[in-house]
Design a protein around this ligand. Structure first.
Ligand code: ASP
Ligand code: MG
Length: 449
């Protein structure tokens, strides 16, 4: 349907007047593609709102000097009348005094509180676009069809949103309006404001793009896209130009802080391409995430591996059945114990009588141990890391061979191996204090030599 694109700008991209001017420049180069803008709150405003909420409870203060200053100074600099946001700031003060009186900040009120960040930023940016002659209009997400459940602070969009959103957005586009929409927010069916979880504006963007069948969604960040490794560990990490949704999901889960797997889901459904671009470096090609890879790129022909990530603070649990060999139902019993305690397992390797699995170090395993003791002996090893190699698993023998060779050369012992069901990820467990060295050496072998 609609010939349009969605452009999402995060907090750092709209952090002040000069960043907003820069965003406007980027938008102006693509006006003929009918952009819809999705914005986060300016800078760290979400955090500042939460702090103001805590302060209201603790000291009975309604303190928004910081927030007010940032937004008013930005508007002054952009030459927009402050009336645009006056009523919102008044409403925010009233809310904070309410919180300070009842000394309570329920998840529902928290969502109402943080909503001011995005509601302010879209009004400012839309007003600025208007002032330079672009027919922009600010919208709150709920005016554009974002309907969620009532799981406050972690709202999930209801499936009705798939019809509601295009029904609201497309007429605006047809009317030649450039909608500037709040990311992160929705309302539930009782009419209360909800949020989609921290960092949720990526999801807002992909949802609009998928529901409106947009040509693409551009997520503008402050990095050159998905990198082949964490640049803090690997100096020569390179941007990866093409990845599939599955690869990007694995990357995000195992440590690449670029796009939350949840945010990819709507576009995976419809096959809408997601383009990650750097607003500080427009020339960089960025990363395109889509269903299948364009095999034309020489990058893909030569390299079996797309990226290497590591996840730290992992526990390795070895569970050996104390029952007779071949007893059926062992794995089921083991997993049901973890499920009962809501513990999420990352990697699994099994044999007939034993299973090794990995978990986040944050879990308390006391109860689990007691339960498992009835059927197995349990050994818990802390201080581990998962190294994930995301790549072409049709070439897994080559990847495995090279990985083991590299680890052997640098004297690092691989303690467990597992190949994810999505067939794009091979995971290795090593000691946490050896992980950085292993990632460096593997990156050198796969990408730099
Ligand atoms: N402003 C929200 C946050 O900081 C949502 C977002 O930026 O995506 O979490
Ligand atoms: Mg933010």
């Amino acid at each position: 349907m609609g010939y349009m694109i969605v452009m999402k700008f995060g907090g750092s991209s709209v952090a002040d007047a000069s960043r907003i001017r820069h965003v406007t420049d980027i938008v102006q180069t693509q006006l003929d593609r009918k952009p819809v803008l999705l914005l986060s709150a300016m800078g760290d405003t979400t955090d500042h709102l939460l702090e103001a909420g805590s302060l209201a409870i603790k000291d009975g203060k309604t303190e928004i000097t910081h927030i007010e200053k940032l937004h008013l100074a930005t508007m002054k600099n952009l030459n927009i009348p402050k009336e645009e946001i006056k009523s919102l700031l008044d409403e925010l003060i009233r809310l904070l005094s309410g919180i300070s009186l009842i000394k309570e900040l329920s998840p529902m009120t928290k969502d109402y509180l943080v909503s001011f960040g995005e509601r302010l930023s879209v009004r400012i940016v839309a007003a600025y676009l208007k002032s330079i002659g672009i027919n922009a209009k600010a919208f709150d997400a709920w005016e554009m069809g974002f309907l969620s459940n009532s799981n406050y602070t972690q709202g999930e969009l209801l499936k009705e949103s798939w019809d509601l959103i295009p029904a609201k957005v497309l007429p605006q586009i047809k009317g030649n309006v450039l909608p500037v929409i709040t990311g992160f927010l929705a309302k539930d069916d009782k009419g209360n404001i909800t949020t989609l979880g921290r960092g949720g504006s990526d999801l807002s963007a992909t949802m609009i793009a998928a529901a409106c069948k947009a040509e693409e969604v551009q997520i503008w960040k402050d990095v050159d896209g998905i990198l082949s490794a964490d640049p803090r560990i690997v100096k020569n990490a390179k941007p990866v130009q093409n990845v599939t949704y599955d690869e990007a999901a694995e990357l995000a889960y195992f440590g690449a802080q670029v796009l939350h797997p949840r945010a990819m889901r709507p576009c995976m459904k419809t096959g809408t391409p997601v383009l990650i671009k750097n607003s500080y470096n427009i020339e960089a090609p960025g990363t395109i995430i889509k269903q299948t890879l364009t095999t034309k790129t020489s990058e893909l022909k030569d390299l079996p591996v797309r990226a290497i990530t590591s996840k730290h603070n992992v526990i390795l649990v070895d569970i050996v059945s104390t029952r007779m060999l071949g007893q059926y139902g062992f794995l089921e019993e083991v997993f049901s114990v973890f499920a009962k305690h809501h513990i999420s397992i990352d990697m699994v390797a099994t044999s007939e009588v034993s299973v090794s699995l990995t978990l986040d170090e944050t879990y308390d395993l006391g109860e689990v141990r007691n339960n498992l003791k009835k059927i197995a002996s349990v050994e818990v090893k802390t201080g581990k890391a998962i190294i994930s190699i995301i790549g072409d698993v049709k070439r897994s023998s080559e990847i495995l061979a090279r990985t083991f060779k590299v680890c052997q050369q640098i004297g690092i012992n691989v303690q467990m191996v597992s190949q994810g069901a999505s067939k794009v990820n091979i995971g290795f467990i090593v000691n946490d204090d050896e992980a950085a060295e292993a990632v460096k050496a593997l990156h050198l072998d796969f990408f730099e030599e």
